[in-house]
Design a protein around this ligand. Structure first.
Ligand SMILES: *Cc1c(COP(=O)(O)O)cnc(C)c1O
Length: 465
């Protein structure tokens, strides 16, 4: 691969020009006879040399640019990335001896983003219908319809649609009366909204480690972290994988704790044949643009308790009494979803089974195509009792530096995501850390691949290093 970019520095400018012409990248890397990188020449450099009076038979070494940007294998990909820009489009990667081994290339054009929302004619039709009805705010037929359809998809009786997944979690915690002095157990490996919403309630989050195999909150660690102040657990069904709900519900029962499921990444995932979101008191979903289904921004709290449902509806709407307008017994919020969002949501939930099976096909294809790439360890999909769904195809990068791998893939036009950072490793959350051994290792190796229904093809060769 690097052959087309390199040439011996004792060759002539004409030879170098031929290399540049051949690789189409506007640059050649000049090596000594041991393969060490000595200088570079761009087509611009050669033009300037010719104008300065050098001939095409001039030895490249005499005019080459010795002041070039390079990185070592051991450098973090972030430092390499920071050197790449519109001007420096290719950065050579050198081994310890200074030999050129590979290169990073800046590509402004990403062919495959991590996510594209799956929007079709039905979404447009319902959206236009909501628009034409003039019910574009938070009243209108689509909101209730969306609540009914989505909660029933989750094996739940009730659903309260809200403006995003973060406020769904906050609303759930508030509805269950979580307040200052209470402790709420959260996993170390999750999106930051999980812990922030606990802090919004002035309660104390307790961060515990995840299971090695599922990457989800470890029930043994929950058990160890429970204190007399513990009031709730927020299991997060991470990257489409359901948590070990039997053990979590057992602890909750014995210790009298609420369970609020963070299902933002796991619409339709099942544990023992039952949908996530239906195990705890309240299940919280997100319909952000990159989630399994989307309403742009949006969320929902699902529950089987009519009382909790009523309370959530009051808190969602400024705490306004249902019997007396503009009478407030509680300090509430404006966490409502609009009818426009719900219209898109109804179309999405009507297609959710189709969307999920399409996503699953994409994941199966990744696993098949990349099965020979032995440094990639895909998320477990055969854990007992658990039926994961495909949110973002996820894997651990073993033996290679994950961040460098991300840069490598971006040079092939693939956008990927590193896993979440361990919450406990961030300064602002450190003081809430109980345990995070597995999560640190998983977090530093994990990567999410582009996953969306309209993905055309993935090529095995992009993924080799
Ligand atoms: C996306 C997400 C949220 C928050 O949802 P928003 O709709 O973006 O506010 C919460 N928890 C997890 C695990 C998420 O992935």
């Amino acid at each position: 691969m690097i052959d087309e970019l390199t040439i011996s520095s004792d060759k002539t400018l004409l030879d170098v020009l031929k290399v540049i012409q051949g690789n189409g990248k506007g640059i050649a890397f000049l090596l000594d006879n041991e393969g060490k990188l000595k200088g570079i020449l761009t087509d611009g450099d050669i033009r300037r040399a010719l104008l300065a009076g050098f001939g095409l038979q001039e030895i490249a070494e005499n005019v080459m640019n010795r002041d070039f940007v390079s990185v070592n294998y051991s450098d973090s990909s972030e430092s390499a990335m920071s050197k790449l820009d519109q001007r420096v489009r290719i950065i050579p990667i050198l081994d310890k001896a200074g030999r050129m081994k590979d290169y990073y290339e800046f590509k402004s054009e990403i062919h495959l983003p991590v996510a594209i929302p799956e929007l079709g004619e039905k979404e447009l039709k319902y959206l236009v219908d909501a628009f034409l009805s003039t019910w574009i705010s938070s009243s209108g037929k689509y909101i209730e319809l969306f609540e009914q359809k989505f909660s029933s998809f989750c094996d739940c009786q009730y659903g309260a649609a809200v403006s995003n997944g973060t406020v769904a979690l906050h609303l759930a915690l508030k509805t269950l009366g979580i307040k200052e002095g209470d402790e709420v157990i959260v996993p170390d490996l999750t999106f930051v909204a999980t812990i922030n919403t606990v802090l919004y309630c002035n309660a104390t989050p307790v961060i515990v480690d995840v299971e090695k195999d599922s990457w989800c909150i470890d029930p043994h660690e929950i058990e160890k972290a429970v204190t007399p102040r513990t009031k709730a657990i927020i299991p997060v069904h991470l990257y489409g994988q359901p948590c070990n709900m039997d053990q979590i519900m057992d602890i909750a029962k014995r210790k009298d704790l609420f369970v609020i499921e963070d299902c933002a990444e796991a619409h339709g995932a099942c544990y023992k044949g039952r949908k996530v979101g239906s195990f705890g008191e309240i299940g919280c979903f997100s319909f952000y643009g990159n989630k399994v289904i989307t309403t742009g921004e949006g969320g929902m709290c699902v529950t089987n308790s009519s009382e909790l449902n009523e309370q959530m509806r009051i808190l969602r709407d400024h705490g306004m009494s249902k019997r007396k307008k503009y009478w407030h017994d509680l300090i509430g919020y404006n966490y409502r979803m609009t009818n426009l969002q719900a219209a898109i949501g109804v179309a999405q939930v009507e297609r959710i089974d189709e969307i999920l099976s399409e996503r699953k096909k994409i994941e199966t294809n990744y696993r098949k195509e990349l099965k020979d790439i032995d440094f990639l360890e895909f998320q477990k999909d055969d854990l007992p009792n658990r039926n994961k769904i495909t949110w973002l195809v996820s894997a651990l990068v073993n033996r290679h530096n994950r961040d460098s791998y991300i840069v490598h893939l971006s040079s092939k036009g693939l956008e990927t995501r590193p896993f979440f950072y361990s919450l406990g490793s961030m300064d602002i959350y450190k003081k809430y850390l109980f345990s995070n051994k597995n999560s640190l290792s998983i977090s530093s190796r994990g990567i999410n691949f582009p996953t969306f229904c309209s993905i055309k093809e993935i090529k095995k060769e992009w993924f080799y290093v």
